[in-house]
Design a protein around this ligand. Structure first.
Ligand code: ASP
Length: 353
């Protein structure tokens, strides 16, 4: 519920009921709302935010009790580090594109997330990384799919945007571009972790399992608003454990997992990519904001309901040029965080926080 809606809601209740009767009823009502409310939230915008950033490190089955204390702590530290990297740029008047790239790089370098180092493994046991970035000011975009060598796929995606006439490169061609552009590369030993190898072996031992159902979609992403009023979005992923046949998910697809448009908002998604592609999630949210005048969180929640209706799960982070920021997800948890120019900050993992 947004702040405006909440104030109107509270006033209408206060009018209808005298205060002594109101308190117990309000408590009950809040308990009911809390139980049925979808896992989405608007972080109240400051009156005139100068800049803001929201990040995610994937959504999925991370209910309370599923993560060890150490994992919980490591994730929160990593999310704070990514917010620091983006906020540092925005605070100094840097662009939202620079900020989302910097935030995503931090998460790509952290083996706790399914992007860059620590990405999930393909069916053959290899690495195949996807990323996309979009500038809401110009609606220029760049993406790379199936790179096996870019140490930071998000920087490769940005290079596609700035130094090629294309929007998306893939496979061996994408890797040739990475090499030609002199971007930093790494080999399988850098990307692979023992935990990802174990997850692949577990998946392959299950008969007929396409994807890991207990999955934490550890894709990473960032959306930002800069002091010039421009938004940007970036997403990076290893895809799904055991993916094969050159499978590509929503993350590098402009309009599905990533989209930014100053006339509407910026979106980065995580979840069961096939459903996000079919719904065209990121563009659909922006279209609702631009053409229907919806606020970003109701728009995101409506589109996530469509994903759910088709059988998919996951989540999105959103930001708008007027300073609205928020997220929406239909999984037990989502690694997420936000910070803005007023000093407001929030880092969360579970659906109930
Ligand atoms: N959306 C990603 C994909 O389908 C997976 C994730 O979010 O972790 O490739």
């Amino acid at each position: 519920m947004t702040r405006d809606k909440w104030i109107r809601f509270r006033k209408s209740i206060e009018k209808a009921l005298p205060l002594p009767m109101l308190l117990p009823r309000l408590t009950l009502l809040l308990a009911l709302v809390g139980m049925t409310m979808p896992a989405s939230a608007a972080i109240d915008p400051p009156p005139e935010p100068k800049w803001a950033i929201v990040i995610h490190g994937g959504a999925g089955a991370m209910a309370r009790g599923k993560l060890s204390k150490e994992q919980d702590r490591a994730i929160r530290i990593a999310l704070a580090g990514a917010l620091d990297a983006g906020a540092r740029i925005l605070k100094e008047g840097g662009s939202s594109v620079d900020a989302v790239e910097a935030a995503v790089k931090v998460l790509e370098d952290d083996p706790n997330f399914n992007a860059g180092r620590g990405a999930v493994l393909t069916y053959e046991g290899g690495i195949s990384l996807d990323a996309a970035i979009m500038d809401g000011k110009t609606r220029k975009a760049g993406a790379i799919a199936g790179t096996t060598i870019a140490k930071n796929p998000i920087s490769a995606a940005r290079k596609v945007m700035t130094d090629s006439p294309h929007v998306m490169l893939s496979g061996t061609g994408g890797d040739a571009f990475v090499t030609e552009m002199g971007l930093e590369t790494a080999d399988q030993a850098y990307f692979e972790t023992p935990e990802r190898r174990r997850q692949l072996e577990e998946l392959k031992s299950k008969d007929g399992a396409w994807f890991d159902k207990e999955i934490k979609y550890g894709t990473v992403g960032a959306v930002a608003l800069d002091t010039q009023g421009h938004v940007a979005a970036a997403t990076s992923t290893g895809g799904l454990t055991g993916k094969r046949w050159g499978r590509i998910g929503d993350s590098p697809l402009i309009g599905a997992g990533t989209y930014a448009d100053d006339r509407a908002c910026a979106v980065s998604a995580t979840g069961a990519g096939e459903y996000f592609i079919r719904v065209g999630v990121a563009h659909e949210i922006c279209a609702r904001v631009r053409l229907k005048g919806e606020k970003i969180v109701p728009a995101a929640t409506a589109v996530m309901a469509e994903v759910k209706a088709l059988g998919g799960d996951g989540g999105v982070i959103v930001i708008a040029p007027d300073g609205q920021i928020g997220w929406s997800f239909n999984t037990p948890g989502m690694y997420r965080g936000g910070r803005d120019s007023t000093g407001r900050e929030r880092i969360a993992i579970y659906g109930d926080e």
